[in-house]
Ligand binder design. Sequence first.
Ligand code: RFL
Ligand code: PHB
Length: 401
Amino acid sequence: MDTASPLPRRTRVGIVGAGPAGLLLARLLHGRGIDCVVLESRDRSYAEQRQRAGILEQSAVDALRASGAGARLDREGIAHDGIELRFDGRSHRVDFPSLTGGSRVWVYAQTEVVKDLIALQLAEGPPLLFEAEAVSVSGADTDRPVIGYRHGGAERSLECDYVVGCDGFHGVTRRSVPEGVLRSYSRTYPYSWLGILADAPPVYDELIYAHSPRGFALASMRSPSVSRLYLQVPNGEDPAAWSDDRIWDELDVRLASAGSRKLERGPITAKSVLPMRSQVTEPMSHGRVFLAGDAAHIVPPTGAKGLNLAAADVVVLAGAFAHLERTGSSELLDAYSETCLRRVWRAEHFSYFMTTTLHTDPAQSAFETRLQLAQLHRIADSPHAAAEFAENYTGHFPGWA
Ligand code: RFL
Ligand code: PHB
């Protein structure tokens, strides 16, 4: 080993991946005086620019504040007290506070969450290495698991007491667990999303989720002058097949309801096609190796749950490591997977429900379309159905710890 290297060679908790899960975990551990190191395969600007989630639940906002990364979120995040459902020529607003006893959500982009966490971590620690790609995680069954990684053209290793794989759906940590230990449950969907960012003011001051005979559409936002918009498209669709005019025309048609305004158009600054998938890996740990966020579970984005689940996992994990430091007991770490999976499966169900209720499956019959509409009318007509929807969307479940 190169003793002159400034790179850390040993740590209490080795974290693979500097997405929201890895970065937030590192900050929460650091705040509790627990030593950790984060290894990220990409460079800083790639990690900061990746366009993804936009909606934070209150518990994710609370976790970001607790990590010290809440200042800009508190200034620039936009609180939303509801969403609008459009279907069958009608619009229905679901009001979160009145249905949940005060819950709301926040519009604050994942890009901004990641920038805030990276800036804080580079200023205060713990160590965060960019362009450090983990290639193996070994020794999960021992008390010294090791992360093998490549950095600066050299093969290196980081010896850990514990390893947390926050390396997303395609990461190496889950794949390093011996065959037969993990079980995965998954579902793919017969459609994708075309997502755009546009320099145009949002059409409405809350999000609009639209069921339409031409497929699903979603109007979201990043700021008072930037819109984030999505259209259901076939799997494998080439974004180049969608001119700017075609996108705006299609959004206008799908988002239309009685009396609704047309979208204000502006330059489209990003355009991409995103596949949809559900997947859960169980258990979310093996020996001294833990999985968190997208490394352990994926949801289709329709329920806005992926980032929120990632935050919820690492809050549980940070609490479990703190308990271990304080008491010497690994009981909370041992319970990590079971604790998280309850919330994970609730979010999986809601995301599946949102996806299959709002999208048009190409093989769908007219009967199935009527069932979708019956379900949407039920949310509009029944306070009980609306409350069930609002609790799921805001992630506020009375009686849950
Ligand atoms: P990430 O963000 O994928 O980060 C994983 C990090 O690990 C790095 N990595 C490695 N590093 C070192 N060595 C290796 N071998 C590595 N392999 C990978 C990667 O470079 C990366 O930096 O996972 P994390 O942290 O678990 O965060 C999960 C969220 O990113 C994801 O769930 C959300 O973006 C999902 N999602 C949404 N979630 C919400 O809560 N609300 C939303 O409104 C919402 N909207 C969305 C979304 C996801 C979307 N897409 C693109 C699928 C909208 C979209 C369009
Ligand atoms: C987003 O703003 O990117 C967004 C919002 C809600 C979703 C998915 C994505 O359900």
